[in-house]
Design a protein around this ligand. Sequence first.
Ligand SMILES: [Zn+2]
Ligand SMILES: [Zn+2]
Length: 167
Amino acid sequence: MTNSPAPSLTPQARAYETMRTQGLRLTSQRKTITEVAFGNREHFSAESLLARSRRRNAKVSRATVYRTLSFLVRAGLLRQVDLGQSSPLYDPNFADHPRHGHFVCVDCRKIIEFHDHCLDVRESIVTKDHGFSPRRVNLQIEASCDALREKGTCPRSARANQSHPKK
Ligand SMILES: [Zn+2]
Ligand SMILES: [Zn+2]
């Protein structure tokens, strides 16, 4: 991780600041991609980011999306997570909540984030017991979403919302 700007800024503002300090010009493509990436708290795939960015700015190219994604990951503002989806997802919420975990529905793959301070304490005790010091946590719980638990099936819309690569 590089020396990141003040954490009081939004992740989007931190991204622009990091681009500036690394001499990367804030082009309209990079601006659109960054805005879309941090526009809400949804986890997204590279291809869905490309599709959403293109809706705002037709000039956005796939190559720039992938380059900007790896820049944002290196800057510590995005994290790539494997939540068992068809393609890896990018998580925009670690910048502000570095210690959150994920529930993932085993059927519709719906994702819910959680943060549990008791787990933080347990984890630091357990890692110390084993002579390790925690650097990065990736806690994922496979679970049944509300619908699956109550009705035995997940709504079709939840499946349709999954981020599959679009051609
Ligand atoms: Zn997350
Ligand atoms: Zn479900």
